[in-house]
Design a binder for this molecule. Structure first.
Ligand SMILES: [Zn+2]
Length: 294
């Protein structure tokens, strides 16, 4: 958390600053553990001041601010980071402020409560070699053949493998569980035992779930940390099918209770009936029809 839908919501939220100029960069005084920040703020300020923002992109779970000279500011929220235009939840966790030339949007902020997020400024060309080269295809763009190709020889459980950003970028713990439920695939299945139809269902489910979540501006969990660029909560937590629903009756089959297991130190939620280990279960027959019904 935040994952692809939350970071994409942040990106869309700050798009209005495209075309504005950065006046200055500052790291406000922060009594908490400092985030990883490169280069030093004085070098950062010297390199970005006066530059116009030409685009806001997303790479996996990072927001990228592209400048006119093709430098790139890469903001990675990790656990609790937020990219905001205004109204940070607290002042003491504000990590970076870019003052902007625009009358309507005067600043771009990076806020992070736990401080595990990172901000890096890359020189022209470095985005491709230092960030993009380490990531798999974006989860919204990958084809089922590409997904199968990148993971088919892995012996890892599919739920764990989907979190590997070098295989497919953007999926984290929450959405991996939701995707495998919609696909009707047992999260414990080894990648090298998945069939082609199963890879196709996983890819279709990923696109459906991630698109739904973006439409609802992401998921704000009970800790309340994730907010959109205007510091409002997301709405997709109300539509989770299995995540954090241990012990509840599965809304799809009405037969089984949602189970929680631990895989690679992370919780996985799934329905033992809808996601049978045999792999024979067909998954949601019509993904579109299922949209938001359960
Ligand atoms: Zn079920």
């Amino acid at each position: 958390m935040p994952e692809l839908p939350e970071v994409e919501t942040m990106r869309r939220g700050v798009l209005p600053i495209v075309g504005t100029r950065i006046v200055s960069a500052e790291r406000p005084p922060c009594p908490r553990r400092p985030i990883l920040f490169q280069p030093t703020i004085s070098t950062f300020d010297r390199r970005v001041a006066g530059k116009t923002i030409t685009d806001i992109q997303r790479l996996g779970k990072r927001v990228i601010v592209i400048l006119e000279d093709d430098q790139a500011i890469v903001m990675e929220p990790r656990m609790t980071g937020l990219v905001l235009l205004s109204d940070p939840p607290t002042i003491e966790h504000l990590r970076l402020r870019l003052e902007l030339s625009s009358e309507s949007n005067r600043q771009l902020l990076f806020w992070d409560r736990r401080g595990l997020g990172t901000v890096r400024l890359y020189r022209p060309g470095e985005l491709a070699t230092k960030v993009r080269a380490r990531l798999g295809m974006d989860a919204l763009e990958i084809t089922s053949q590409q997904l199968q190709q990148s993971l088919k020889s892995s012996r890892r459980a599919v739920k764990v493998a989907l979190l590997d950003q070098s295989a497919v970028a953007g999926i984290g713990n929450l959405y991996a569980a939701e995707i495998l439920f919609v696909a009707g695939v047992d999260p414990r299945t080894r990648c090298d035992r998945l069939t082609r139809p199963q890879w196709q269902r996983i890819r279709a489910a990923a696109q459906l779930v991630l698109a739904e979540a973006i439409e609802h501006e992401g998921s704000t969990l009970s800790d309340g940390t994730y907010r959109n660029a205007l510091n409002d909560a997301g709405g997709y937590q109300n539509y989770h099918r299995v995540y954090d629903r241990e012990g509840e009756c599965c809304a799809r089959c009405g037969k089984a209770e949602i189970r929680r297991i631990v895989q690679a130190q992370r919780s996985t939620f799934f329905c033992p009936v809808c996601q049978r280990k045999s792999g024979l279960y067909e998954g949601v027959a019509d993904l579109r029809e299922s949209s938001l019904d359960v």
